[in-house]
Design a protein around this ligand. Structure first.
Ligand code: ADE
Ligand code: ZN
Ligand code: ZN
Length: 300
């Protein structure tokens, strides 16, 4: 009896862990690590030195690479509930683009004028803290963790849109035979299908495999793309840049919905994957290039 109950409890825990937590996540940990690795490879000496110095001071163990902190913001989400909305911005799918009072507002009543409760506001806020060398290292390290993570999140198109479905989290579908949802598909499914990756226990993954693929993605980026994606005065104009990134993502999200076949019949996933992977790949590359530019300019 006890053993049965323990087995049932374990089953419930597995369902809770595998079924609920990933929905709340952003790019899966592999996506965030890919972005972080692309950026890490593009750091100038001065930014590289300051990043290394901050990472070495992490309370829960010294780190050496941005990929090790890239999913921290998701890991603390359950304990720090108010940070949930910082990971995305719900631009209505049928809107033309970002509108702060409509899309970034917190709560009701007196707090209604606070329009800082979304990724478009939080990313520039944490860039400001990171570049302020008068602030304590601990605060700047936490800001670095947010900047790395949110630069990834804002490049996941479904983090920039909502169709009355929690950014696609409530849009259930079957992909390659597995039950998932539109949001998770864009966080992880398209990447994992392309690379034949599967997330292990407790979100573990093969860091060496991810680092090798990040290097390959990095090599494909042309100098012309780099220049087009990140301006030399990016940090000076970070508010406008962040809005532009969210609007880009929102445009892609519209296509992500538009290309879903009616009723999601089986057999559509191959064609969707073939269209979506190059979109995801370029968003990961853009995020990596832009993260490097932000860090190079903020820590020069
Ligand atoms: N929850 C509600 N909207 C969301 C979005 N666009 N992305 C992630 N989580 C969300
Ligand atoms: Zn996130
Ligand atoms: Zn997500």
């Amino acid at each position: 009896m006890h053993r049965i109950r323990a087995a049932m409890l374990a089953g419930v825990l597995v369902v809770v862990t595998l079924g609920v937590v990933p929905c709340a996540r952003a790019w899966g940990p592999e996506g965030h690590a890919l972005v972080a690795d692309i950026a890490q490879a593009r750091l100038d000496p001065s930014a590289r030195r300051e990043v290394a110095r901050l990472l070495a001071h992490d309370d829960d163990g010294a780190k050496t690479s941005l990929d090790e902190i890239s999913s921290w913001a998701d890991a603390i989400r359950a304990q720090r509930r108010k940070t949930g909305p910082w990971h995305y911005v719900d631009i209505p799918l049928d809107a033309d683009g970002y509108d702060a009072p409509r899309d970034c507002r917190r709560g009701r009543g007196r707090r209604q004028r606070d329009v800082t409760n979304c990724v478009v506001a939080k990313l520039p806020y944490f860039v400001g803290i990171l570049r302020d060398r008068s602030r304590p290292d601990g605060e700047r390290l936490e800001a670095l963790k947010w900047v790395v993570h949110l630069t990834g999140d804002i490049h996941q198109p479904l983090h920039d849109a909502d169709d009355h479905d929690g950014g696609g989290n409530a849009r259930v579908l079957y992909y390659n035979g597995a039950r998932t949802n539109l949001h998770a598909l864009w966080d992880m499914g398209i990447i994992e299908t392309h690379y034949h990756w599967r997330l292990g226990w407790n979100f573990s993954f093969d860091h060496d495999a991810v680092r090798a693929q990040a290097a390959a993605l990095d090599r494909q980026i042309t100098p012309a793309q780099r220049t087009a994606w990140a301006a030399a005065n990016l940090v000076a104009n970070i508010d406008a840049a962040t809005i532009a990134w969210a609007d880009e993502g929102h445009t892609l999200a519209r296509q992500a919905y538009a290309r879903l076949p009616a009723n999601y019949p089986s057999g559509w996933d191959r064609a969707y994957q073939d269209w979506a992977w190059p979109v995801v790949r370029e968003q990961l590359q853009k995020a990596g290039v832009r993260l490097a530019a932000v860090l190079n300019q903020a820590l020069d």
